[in-house]
Ligand binder design. Structure first.
Ligand SMILES: Nc1ncnc2c1ncn2[C@@H]1O[C@H](COP(=O)(O)OP(=O)(O)OP(=O)(O)O)[C@@H](O)[C@H]1O
Length: 611
């Protein structure tokens, strides 16, 4: 029933096989010419050319630092933007295309199972009609059956043992293959796998390619069985030049022609890598290895025949995003990730309750005398301050901890920034507000603040509102800061600023003019003011605990006057706090969009026509 509803929501079933056949009937090719990539003065890729058609697996091999990842990024359009970087040349795809890009470090959500991870992507990328079947197909292709219901585990912030490194890699690849991409780019997919797993992965890539797909993978050091199974080879030499491009048979001839015939009984890939690496052990070895690299690369440059371009400019296919579905799926994932970390959740909630009891004990049953006036101000301020810290500290670390996965998902345009932030915010509401509501109630009744249900409800409502504003502030910090440790330090510091301008420590008339504006954005101030008005306006106090020569404040209104809060209106402050919720969330969205991963665009060589 649920499934049927979803089908309707997502536009109903579609004939996937027809769409797929139509897509595959166009021959997929990608060609790159004279790709040159520099970062500042450093030349990383030096005029690299090549092409590959559907049905084949191309392996980019080369020594460490020769530019394999950079070339793969350049072909896939994923070179990270940098001001001082420059990318020249052309890359042409045939027809419209959709691509998969599997990065080297497989960042995944730690507390989701393999099934949940795959289903999340499938629900965003595939129509309902063959979704389950496709997930299971990928699970079988990548041999993930055994670990399907195991959590991924092992992230920087969550210490939880999960699936193995190889399974993790295959899960990541599985996510990218779900939507049947025509072009698959994989950066070192076999790294971290044992030799059997690596070979079976390459076999999967070959099967994928045979299904009319282009597969390009960078590889560090393919074992001989893997080398033999590859269709085409691009060998990058030290310095980012192409040492060879073609099939294995021509590779043997090429290296032999350059004076480096592959010895019998030697893994050809190992031999080629030895030839095209620089040997820094001593100057003479360095000069000899430089000469060898130059000889092989020059011979390739001399023999390389650039193909005649038959390609029309192509557009990457974009799947239409449904923000509502994305929001629901993101909220479900966010809830999972935040609630499955039981230890962290219990720790936070117990600390919260502990401090509430501490506050309750220190200010236990205040009574109604003159001493209670100062104590009431104190406890109201502490409660407002406590709640102010909870939101920013709780929320600010969430996005930095997930950034690697989120950026990869954003690069694949899996969902919109608005859907992601809305889901993070909404999931945070019960998780942040419920404990804060519980602890505020404990304090209210232990301390015996102003009697009356109406006063308690205003008190609780204001604190919930403050918590929500704090969550918005936390989101702003979360999208700005890149590392969880940074968030952990910055969030309390920023909140302290707001606390300073709460109107409790500092008489507002004494605040220097140039920082006075800060008081207008201090959400702690609006909360504390409204809490004080709720507590004191219209309340009377007894003078039983003061001697005759001491002054006695009978009216709560006088307390508010002394605090400069006499003209504060609770509804107005609540409205201001609500506007702040909107303001902080909108600001978070603007910053998040601004920080979206950006990729370098090609600028053509001056001597080349731009079309
Ligand atoms: N943004 C950058 N700024 C400066 N240097 C860079 C940048 N990107 C890449 N490089 C340098 O370019 C060279 C090629 O890097 P790349 O990651 O493409 O090599 P690789 O062949 O994939 O290496 P490995 O096999 O070790 O992963 C390296 O020396 C690297 O330090």
């Amino acid at each position: 029933m649920e499934e049927e509803e979803e089908e309707e929501e997502e536009g109903g079933p579609r004939d996937v096989s027809t769409t797929e056949e139509a897509l595959l009937s166009e021959a997929a090719t990608v060609a790159w010419r004279d790709v040159t990539y520099r970062v500042g003065p450093k030349l990383i890729l030096d005029g690299v050319s090549g092409q590959i058609a559907a049905g084949e697996v191309l392996a980019i091999i080369g020594p460490s630092g020769s530019g394999k990842t950079s070339l793969l990024n350049a072909i896939a359009g994923r070179v990270p933007y940098e001001k001082r970087a420059r990318l020249e040349g052309t890359v042409e795809y045939s027809g419209s295309y959709n691509l998969a890009y599997v990065t080297q470090n497989s960042a995944l959500f730690a507390l989701s199972t393999v099934r949940e991870t795959l289903e999340f992507v499938a629900r965003l990328r595939l129509d309902a009609v063959d979704r389950e079947e496709r997930v299971m197909q990928v699970v079988h292709e990548l041999n993930l059956v055994e670990c399907l219901d195991t959590v991924v585990g092992g992230s920087a912030t969550v210490e939880k043992r999960g699936i193995s490194g190889g399974e993790r890699k295959r899960t990541h690849i599985g996510c990218e293959l779900l939507h049947r991409p025509r072009f698959c780019f994989l950066d070192e997919p076999s790294s971290g796998l044992d030799s059997f797993q690596a070979l079976s992965l390459v076999q999967t890539l070959l099967d994928l390619a045979r299904g009319q797909r282009v597969v390009i993978a960078s590889m560090h050091q393919p074992r001989s069985a893997i080398y033999k199974s590859l269709d085409a080879l691009c060998v990058l030499g030290a310095g980012g030049r192409v040492a060879f491009f073609g099939t294995q048979e021509t590779a043997a001839i090429h290296f032999s022609d350059a004076g480096f015939a592959i010895p019998p009984n030697y893994n050809p890939a190992d031999w080629m890598l030895d030839v095209v690496s620089l040997d820094f052990r001593d100057p003479s070895k360095l000069a000899a290895s430089r000469a060898a690299v130059a000889a092989v690369c020059d011979l390739h440059a001399h023999q390389w025949v650039p193909m005649v371009s038959k390609h029309k400019p192509a557009q990457e296919e974009k799947k239409k995003q449904d923000n509502w579905i994305a929001f629901r799926l993101l909220a479900a994932r966010c809830w999972r990730e935040r609630t499955r970390d039981k230890a962290a959740l219990c720790f936070r909630w117990s600390m919260n309750t502990f401090f509430s009891f501490m506050f309750g004990l220190v200010y236990f049953q205040l009574g109604n005398n003159q001493t209670s006036i100062q104590n009431r101000q104190g406890i109201l301020f502490f409660v407002a301050m406590n709640v102010a810290f909870a939101g920013p500290i709780g929320v600010s670390q969430i996005i930095p901890a997930q950034l690697a996965v989120i950026n990869a998902e954003r690069a694949s345009q899996l969902y919109s920034e608005a859907a992601y932030l809305a889901a993070t915010f909404v999931v945070g509401l019960p998780l942040e507000c419920v404990p804060s509501l519980v602890s505020s109630s404990v304090v209210y009744f232990m301390v015996e603040l102003r009697p009356g249900l109406d006063h308690f409800l205003v008190f609780a409502g204001l604190l919930v509102l403050e918590e929500i504003v704090g969550e918005g502030l936390g989101l702003c910090l979360s999208v700005t800061l890149e590392r969880p440790e940074m968030a952990g330090q910055v969030a309390p510091a920023v909140t302290v600023l707001f606390v300073m301008f709460s109107g409790y420590f500092l008489n507002e008339s004494s605040i220097p003019v140039y920082v006075r504006w800060l008081k207008y954005i201090s959400f702690v101030r609006y909360t504390f003011q409204a809490l004080a008005v709720n507590e004191f306006r219209g309340e009377s106090f007894s003078c039983g605990d003061v001697s005759e020569d001491q002054s006695c404040v009978r009216k709560g209104g006088l307390v508010l006057e002394a605090l400069n809060f006499d003209d504060v209106s609770i509804p107005l402050n609540a409205v201001i706090l609500s506007i702040m919720v909107l303001g902080f969330n909108s600001l978070a969205l603007i910053i998040f969009r601004f920080n979206a991963p950006a990729f370098l665009k090609f600028t053509t060589h001056p001597e080349q026509p731009s079309s």
